[in-house]
Design a protein around this ligand. Structure first.
Ligand SMILES: *Cc1c(COP(=O)(O)O)cnc(C)c1O
Length: 350
């Protein structure tokens, strides 16, 4: 007999390891169960078509493609924009480089120019220095610039929109595509206050995760021009990502976009509260100033990191190691105000 427990979210642990740990609500599950479906490789899944149209319109793009993960949307975008031997400019700690299994090299045979930059962000000034002169055969052809907003390794840092505008016009002037790894784009929009379409206009392609703070179980959207998405659809198929009656999962994503965006500032408030508590915690040296839903804390004694994580776990709180002497806590829609209060009390007693 199947245990019904697998359908019930664990009330025991407060899980701050990532905003990917969210579980679908019963309303979301109902939407999924009732979703009309069809064969999406034939472009006949009405729910996927609806999700793609909704996402594209929201960000002012012509078209969208529903994919299995944010890694897949990023890797497909890179593959469409960049030829083998071409070069991608991105931050040295960006997800596309650091956490996608070497996919830029493996899937696209491309080179990377990694730039340093404050909290995961790069500048137009730095990018312009590293755009290789196309007439000189020594250099790989620079074919893509990719930004991450918010920047995960930067502790959820948000780009200054004026900087993005400069990067975007630099790229446009040079006919260089600009990609956004927008795994947490709605966290950025909640801070910069821009309308998604106004923000979307800066980019040629955008990857949006539905399975992080938005709370859907699976999926990401890739957004761009109709021509770009047509090419992306071919790459998705080649990578084995063509799915059939996947409307059943797309329905969770559509529900998330329509219902779980407005509440995001609450996650940011909770993250701020955790920041304050950590700042008074004797074992903590400093907390990277919180801008969104990611809290990164640096321990006084780096060697005590795993013990600290273990102590929190014993109290019912899960967080993650985030490099030497660093831990990360991420708030999301399954973290309630009372969960947050419990964390604060626990941290004050540590
Ligand atoms: C989570 C994440 C992704 C995509 O990850 P998947 O697990 O493949 O969905 C991409 N970029 C950033 C910055 C992320 O945090």
């Amino acid at each position: 007999m199947t245990s019904s427990r697998i359908f019930v979210k664990s009330k025991q642990m407060i899980d701050l390891r990532s905003d990917t740990v969210t579980l679908p609500s019963s309303e979301m599950r109902t939407a999924m169960a009732n979703a009309p479906v069809g064969d999406d490789v034939f472009k006949e899944d009405p729910t996927i078509l609806e999700l793609e149209a909704y996402g594209a319109k929201l960000f002012g793009k012509e078209a969208a493609l529903f994919c299995s993960s944010g890694t897949q949307t990023n890797q497909i975008a890179i593959n469409v924009h960049v030829q083998p031997g071409g070069e991608v400019i991105c931050h040295e700690e960006s997800h596309i480089y650091k956490y996608e299994g070497g996919g830029i090299a493996k899937n696209s045979g491309a080179s990377v120019r990694l730039l340093p930059g404050d909290r995961g962000r790069i500048t137009a000034a730095a990018i312009s220095k590293w755009i290789n002169p196309a007439h000189d055969v020594h250099f790989p052809l620079t074919q893509l610039v990719s930004l991450e907003d918010t920047a995960n390794r930067g502790g959820g840092a948000v780009y200054d929109v004026a900087e993005i505008a400069q990067i975007s016009s630099l790229c446009k002037a040079l006919n260089l595509p600009l990609h956004l790894d927008g795994a947490r784009v709605f966290n950025a929009l909640a801070v910069n206050g821009l309308d998604p379409a106004a923000y979307g206009a800066y980019y040629d392609s955008i990857s949006v995760c539905l399975s992080k703070g938005l709370g859907a179980p699976v999926g990401s959207l890739l957004l761009g021009s109709a021509t770009f998405i047509e090419k992306a659809r071919r790459v998705r198929k080649v990578m084995g990502g063509g799915m059939r009656q996947a409307g059943i999962i797309a329905a969770g994503g559509l529900y998330a976009l329509q219902n779980n965006v407005e509440r995001i500032p609450l996650d940011h408030l909770h993250a701020k509260q955790l920041e304050q508590a950590l700042n008074t915690c004797p074992q903590i040296q400093e907390v990277v100033p919180v801008q969104t839903n990611i809290v990164v804390a640096i321990l006084k004694d780096a060697s005590k990191r795993d013990i600290f994580i273990e102590q929190l776990k014993e109290k019912g709180i899960l967080c993650m190691a985030f490099g030497p002497g660093m831990i990360r806590m991420v708030t999301h829609l399954d973290i309630t105000a009372s969960d947050c209060e419990f964390c604060i009390e626990t941290l004050q007693k540590m």
